[in-house]
Design a binder for this molecule. Structure first.
Ligand SMILES: Cc1cc2nc3c(=O)[nH]c(=O)nc-3n(C[C@H](O)[C@H](O)[C@H](O)COP(=O)(O)O)c2cc1C
Length: 482
């Protein structure tokens, strides 16, 4: 209870330990100006926050701020979105009457042609994943640190705790949370969504028919489009796993190149120390160095390709999730409007606002599906060259393996002088063994990803064509309302 007296309780309303609930299929959005002033939002947002519409519009978004959320979280929000990057995170909000509701919020900056941030769009869903279970107590701990110290200490504490949970940065945590939440929601809602345009025409008043017809046709189009993104979503896990694997492997692979170089250098130093058997050893160590150099070069090349590909692969995951979320938000909103508006006369102002919101959300879909298309296209050739490089590296590693087995046999024949060699050779063999395992795994994932990438590429292209066509077809219709 002491928590509730904290300094972030700005509205002076006593927070209640009562949920302002909403259903899992419900999605809500709000659009703000660059300062976070609410311009519009959908009905679920209004219902769950328990404010009247005109109490929300024109107000700063902190109107629903809950004192349980550390400032550090909002600092992270604004740091990210002000740079034009999207933010994903859990937020506890407070409704007008003090009740609370948790959301997973994705906030997207809308950037205009001059590269300036024009608006922000936030899409929210009900958290349902295992990951979310950790969040309330996690925020409580962060808040305690923040109230005792300051926001920067809390931010630091938050990052340390995330590290303990296995996330190297807030972004990594956010991406994982985004995926877990969308996946969990998808599983729980399986087959429960009927998205077809179901409107009881006898309830639609005559003046509304044209507008409701328009919404219905839009809903049908977006619903069809959604099938493509659902299909692509089925592949998202593969890209997220590959991203994690590339992150882990690129470190390992880089270190491997260093180790190989160091050990082969040691081997050639050892070979100079040996007088009698020195001849055969120095030939061996020459071979070894030559191959080690080649392998090192290949490994560094591979590591560079991995670095270049990582960003695209990472973005594929995020862009798939975003495209899916946005298109679901659009279909949900249209459906919501059809249901809520049919029975009363829809004013021109309202029609304009609805079309404007659909247009804003649609623009977001255009941006992110376009990005997805670009990432998938770029990673196509990157994955291919990664695959070839790995195969070449395999050949080199096998040759190194052969040289070292020979070396080990040779050094076993010599007496004390061979001791240094034996150690180096067995170290090298261990290293090679480890390298082989890592490389085989990577080879398998890359070849799998390459194939799936082609499928995603194909589906994205079709979806993209449909989006362009939709944009053209409805441009005039949208314009006539704005
Ligand atoms: C698009 C958008 C959506 C936001 N949604 C929320 C929200 O749901 N809840 C919230 O408390 N803050 C939200 N914020 C952040 C608020 O603007 C604000 O930073 C936060 O409530 C902290 O307020 P304070 O600095 O007055 O403590 C949002 C900001 C933007 C730009």
């Amino acid at each position: 209870m002491m928590m509730y007296k904290n300094i972030y309780n700005k509205r002076g309303i006593e927070p209640k330990n009562v949920a302002s609930d909403f259903a899992l299929p419900e999605l809500f959005f709000s659009i703000t100006d660059p300062k976070g002033i609410i311009l519009t939002g959908n009905d679920v947002f209004q219902r769950v926050s328990k404010f009247e519409r005109d109490e929300l519009i024109g107000k700063p978004h902190n109107i629903i701020r809950h004192p349980d959320v550390p400032r550090a979280v909002f600092k992270a929000v604004w740091n990210t979105i002000k740079q034009g990057k999207p933010f994903v995170g859990y937020v506890k909000n407070m409704a007008k009457d003090g009740s609370y509701y948790w959301v997973l919020a994705a906030i997207y900056p809308v950037i205009n042609e001059e590269g300036k941030i024009e608006k922000y769009i936030s899409i929210r869903l009900k958290p349902s994943s295992k990951m979310f279970e950790l969040i309330p107590s996690f925020y409580k701990n962060v808040l305690e640190v923040e109230l005792k110290n300051d926001m920067d200490t809390a931010l630091q504490f938050m990052l340390e705790k995330l590290k303990e949970l296995g996330f190297d940065s807030y972004e990594e945590f956010a991406k994982q949370a985004f995926f877990q939440e969308i996946q969990s929601r998808e599983k729980l809602l399986a087959n429960k969504q009927d998205m077809s345009c179901q409107v009881d025409l006898s309830n639609v008043i005559a003046q509304n028919t044209d507008f409701i017809d328009l919404l219905c046709s839009l809903e049908t189009i977006f619903f069809r489009l959604n099938r493509y993104f659902n299909e692509i979503f089925g592949k998202v896990n593969l890209f997220l796993n590959l991203n994690e694997e590339l992150n882990n492997k690129s470190k390992f692979i880089y270190e491997l190149a260093e180790d190989i170089r160091l050990l082969s250098l040691n081997a050639s130093i050892e070979s100079y120390k040996i007088k009698k058997e020195g001849v055969s050893f120095s030939t061996l160590s020459h071979e070894m160095r030559k191959n080690a150099e080649l392998s090192e070069r290949k490994i560094l090349q591979l590591s560079k390709i991995i670095d270049n590909t990582k960003k695209d692969i990472e973005d594929i995951g995020f862009n798939i999730l975003t495209s899916k979320l946005v298109i679901e938000m659009i279909t949900f909103f249209i459906k919501e409007m059809i249901n809520n508006l049919s029975e009363k006369r829809i004013k021109d102002e309202k029609q304009k606002e609805v079309i404007n919101s659909i247009n804003e959300l649609f623009s977001l879909l255009v941006v992110y599906s376009n990005n997805l298309s670009k990432n998938v296209d770029a990673s196509k050739s990157q994955l291919r060259s990664m695959f070839y490089n790995i195969q070449e590296l395999n050949v080199l590693i096998n040759r190194l393996d052969f040289i070292h087995i020979n070396g080990l046999i040779e050094s076993a024949h010599t007496k004390e002088e061979g001791g240094g060699f034996t150690i180096i050779f067995s170290q090298m063999l261990k290293l090679i063994e480890a390298a082989k395992n890592e490389i085989i795994n990577l080879e398998t994932s890359i070849s799998g990803a390459s194939e799936e990438n082609l499928t995603v590429n194909l589906i994205t292209e079709i979806a993209q064509q449909k989006i362009v066509r939709l944009q053209k077809e409805y441009k005039e219709v949208f314009r006539s309302y704005v």
